[in-house]
Design a protein around this ligand. Structure first.
Ligand code: ADP
Ligand code: MG
Length: 239
């Protein structure tokens, strides 16, 4: 499982993340929440090795992530970003199966996995041969989730997955996602700035501010026993 040990990160001389340690709980959903610009996406990118830390180490199943081995590890992590992050010139089917095909899966094996994932994410089969621009926002995000699940990752990390969706579409996708995570018993990390979403998904919530984890607990803990003024202001700002 993923663990950060004293991980720090700066961009252009500004420390975005102070030395931070955290360990994901297998099979649980951890939510990273906090105001815009507080470093949520940075932590997620560090977890999957899209960026490397300035200080400290990121571990996956007890092994340190390095520039050399990170591609191997990344195959065991599913990553979902806002609006799906799909390749515009590939169909939903090809977006989903691209990596598996690259790794040598034959066409029929890849296709049957894609169809299975379409059932799981409730993407209509007719959508599989459409391009991202021909899909609705909710469908694009379902394809993004299919792509992340294609290789049956040990952990799935989602960066504001509902960010681009209108409320009703968001509601349906939230319900479906929670069912999927429960069915598959995945370890999940979700980044959001929305407390409703944090409460909906999070077994545990980490509130970030000023480049560090300010409070860690259930959403109820944050609401009822905020550790400081920042936490109580953040909670109140969302009611
Ligand atoms: P969040 O996801 O919480 O909104 P981010 O992790 O994206 O925040 O960014 C945290 C801070 O780091 C922001 O001030 C952002 O501008 C800065 N930042 C993030 N990535 C980069 C980068 N690649 N280069 C320069 N600054 C960056
Ligand atoms: Mg972000």
């Amino acid at each position: 499982m993923i663990e950060l040990k004293n991980v720090a990160k700066s961009f252009a001389g500004t420390q975005v993340l102070q030395p931070t340690s955290l360990k994901l709980t297998p099979g649980k959903c951890t939510v990273l929440i906090g105001p815009s610009g507080c470093g949520k996406s940075t932590i997620l990118r560090l977890m999957i090795g899209l960026i490397l830390p300035d200080e400290g180490e990121v571990y996956f199943d007890g092994q340190v992530l390095t520039a050399k081995n990170l591609l191997t590890f990344r195959r065991r992590m599913g990553y979902v970003i806002q609006d799906g992050g799909l390749f515009p010139h590939l169909s939903a089917r090809d977006n989903t199966s691209l990596l598996a095909r690259h790794l040598g899966w034959d066409k029929s094996k890849a296709n049957s996995r894609v169809e299975e994932l379409a059932d799981l994410t409730r993407l209509p089969k007719v959508a599989l041969d459409k391009f991202p621009a021909q899909l609705s926002g909710g469908q694009r995000q379902r394809v993004g989730i299919m792509r992340a699940l294609m290789l049956d990752p040990a952990v799935i990390l989602l960066d504001e997955p509902m960010g681009a969706l209108d409320p009703l579409v968001r509601y349906d996708l939230q319900e479906d996602l929670r069912k999927i995570f429960q069915t598959l018993h995945k370890t999940v990390v979700i980044v959001t700035h929305d407390m409703g979403e944090a409460g909906f998904f999070g077994d545990e919530v980490l509130l970030l501010g000023g480049g560090r984890i300010v409070q860690r607990g259930t959403l109820d803990d944050l609401i009822k026993t905020p550790s400081d003024e920042f936490v109580s202001r953040f909670v109140r700002s969302q009611r």
